[in-house]
Design a binder for this molecule. Structure first.
Ligand SMILES: [Mn+2]
Length: 349
């Protein structure tokens, strides 16, 4: 596809974003400092919260899950008398109701009922639609990338301006969330990469300048890649496999909470591709900080397209992505501040 065609035109990212949106009375500031939860005055960090996994345009399942969790529409937005929601990202891509999903999530955020993190698909969309100043875009308009982004753009075909407005909103989403009780991120919490994000992002969020910087090489690029897409390890002996998109891969995603020292590929893969011979892992092939320890705060994330019955990975590790976009489940964890997570608090449709 030619980049001059309407579906590929850069929209929204360079203008029209509401100045000071991050500092307004809504969003993170309201949630962490002055929550208005049905008249209660409790800091969200200790308030009950429902963490919800990757939605990928499945708005019907999202509504069903919210209702199952006791949320109901109030003043145009889903709300619960005592609880709020944290979404771990990936609202777009696939379908069939990307626009409805964005509308629902955004309304909850703007009503102070939810916090929405950025997923890799939102980040990719920002890069795809942002000119690099040299005649291309921060995410190249290669055939593969065009094919991926068109699925989302098709649903906004009648109103690219509307999607531009959503890109501006996506730009305001934080890349991580941490309270004294728990942590949440789209794909991976790595101490070293998080230190980079804490020192570089503005209130956990990107700016226009940081978006451009991250598209190049360097510490910020690496930190965003790992945080939004996960940690990977190169497979031994030139072994490759095909992922769920049928792309040939030379790396596999790993359980970043497992000590790689003494582990084998089967033990550390998340998931381990079929037909991979089991060998000890060479930990020197892994970048970044140490693995996530069992005595750290519970951490919630999505991203991994799991395809089994929802279960905890460990008592402080909870992946919430069970492939709703591939006939799987949309999953939530009902969190009440506990240090040790409880399998029975996973709720799904
Ligand atoms: Mn993802």
């Amino acid at each position: 596809m030619n980049r001059d065609e309407p579906a590929c035109r850069p929209i929204g990212v360079n203008g029209g974003r509401q100045a000071g949106m991050n500092d307004g009375p809504k969003g993170l500031g309201a949630l962490t400092n002055k929550p208005h939860l049905g008249g209660m005055s409790v800091p969200l960090s200790t308030a009950p919260i429902d963490l919800i996994g990757d939605i990928h345009g499945h708005a019907d399942e999202l509504e069903a899950l919210l209702k199952k969790l006791g949320y109901a529409v109030k003043n145009g937005s889903y709300a619960h008398p005592e609880r709020t929601v944290l979404f771990v990202g990936d609202y777009i891509d696939r379908g069939p109701k990307i626009r409805e999903t964005l509308d629902l999530v955004r309304r909850m955020v703007e009503a102070g009922q939810a916090l929405a993190l950025m997923g890799n698909h939102e980040y990719n969309a920002l890069c795809y639609h942002t000119p690099d100043g040299e005649g291309d875009y921060l995410r190249k308009h290669s055939d593969g990338n065009v094919k991926q982004h068109v699925r989302t753009l098709e649903q906004f075909a009648l109103s690219t301006a509307h999607f531009g407005d959503y890109l501006d909103w996506i730009m305001t989403l934080p890349l991580y969330h941490e309270t004294e009780r728990f942590r949440a991120v789209h794909a991976c919490w790595d101490a070293q990469q998080m230190a980079t994000l804490r020192s570089r992002l503005v209130n956990g969020r990107l700016t226009e300048a940081l978006l451009h910087e991250a598209a190049g090489h360097g510490a910020l690029h690496d930190a965003i890649e790992v945080t939004l897409k996960g940690k990977e390890i190169e497979l031994p002996n030139g072994i490759t496999f095909r992922d769920h998109e049928k792309n040939e891969r030379t790396n596999m995603r790993i359980k970043w909470w497992v000590d790689p020292v003494g582990a084998t590929y089967h033990q550390i893969g998340f998931p381990t591709p079929e037909h991979i011979e089991d060998h000890p892992v060479d930990p020197s092939r892994l970048d970044g900080g140490p693995h996530y320890f069992p005595d750290e705060k519970p951490v919630f994330f999505g991203h991994y397209w799991l395809n089994r019955e929802p279960m905890l990975q460990r008592e402080n590790i909870c992946c919430l992505d069970y492939s709703v976009a591939k006939e799987g489940r949309l999953v939530a964890y009902r969190y009440d501040g506990e240090r040790v997570l409880d399998q029975k608090k996973l709720v799904y449709v």
